[in-house]
Design a protein around this ligand. Structure first.
Ligand SMILES: Cc1ncc(COP(=O)(O)O)c(C=O)c1O
Length: 240
């Protein structure tokens, strides 16, 4: 995991990194219709410079039916508008079994529910620290690459902070041997300091207890809402 840049840049870096390693017959990037727009915007921007084809998975579309020729998929674990929660383990397996990779956007799940990327078999993920993680405005994002796939080549924004020896000032780029290769250039030290203060509190939080409380509060809200709707003769609209 590297805390670096913003989500948009991190998606671009991962797209470029995965793209260089794709099987030649896979020429497409699939992003999610109805996702937070920047994920689609940067996927389209990446396709313009790489020559990849871009398409959108329709909201509630059948993912398996859209994976032909796809090298990379960009998906959110939690949809920012609907709250729909995807199963990372099952979805990653489905996509990998079809020969593609997936970049998970955790912007609406990091700090809201327990996430086990390793356990779920995820290889690539991004997320922000300025929402539930309370890093404050301008807080850096994060980027996750599974240890087994950290040595796959260059990421396209090959800056000095991702160099194997940044202070050797070599003319030629050589990627760092670990997750540091996904860094670009200088960051805001002030933003990191604010985030560190927040994360020191988060270190004390039991994520499962937080999730249990969140579900209990949502259930209470649903019950209260159902009662007041029923008083107006409206029934059964809260059941998914
Ligand atoms: C799901 C999701 N992806 C991406 C972004 C954009 O992130 P950034 O501004 O760090 O590029 C947001 C911002 O709210 C978001 O909610």
């Amino acid at each position: 995991m590297s805390v670096t840049d913003n989500i948009t840049l991190n998606i671009f870096k991962l797209l470029g990194y995965i793209w260089q390693q794709r099987p030649a017959e896979r020429q497409a990037v699939l992003s999610e219709g109805g996702n937070f727009p920047t994920d689609g915007y940067i996927a389209q921007g990446f396709c313009r410079v790489s020559g990849a084809e871009h398409s959108f998975l329709p909201e509630d579309g059948d993912l398996a039916a859209h994976l032909d020729g796809v090298a990379v998929v960009v998906l959110s674990q939690v949809n920012y508008r609907t709250g729909k929660l995807r199963d990372i383990a099952a979805t990653t397996k489905l996509i990998n079994d079809h020969g593609a990779e997936v970049i998970w956007d955790l912007a609406h799940s990091a700090g809201a529910l327990p996430i086990d990327l390793n356990g779920a078999g995820a290889r690539y993920a991004v997320g922000c620290t300025y929402k539930y993680l309370n890093g404050g405005p301008g807080a850096p994002a994060f980027l996750y690459v599974h240890k087994d796939v950290q040595d796959g080549g260059w990421q396209p924004l090959s800056g000095w902070h991702g160099h194997a020896s940044p202070f050797a000032f070599d003319a030629d780029y050589a990627p760092a041997g670990d997750i540091s290769r996904f860094r670009t250039g200088t960051h805001s030290a002030l933003a990191y300091t604010a985030l560190e203060a927040s994360l020191s509190l988060w270190a004390e939080v039991d994520m499962q207890a937080l999730r249990d409380k969140s579900l209990a509060m949502s259930e209470l809200f649903r019950e209260c809402l159902a009662d007041s709707l029923e008083a107006h003769g409206i029934k059964d609209i809260l059941n998914p």
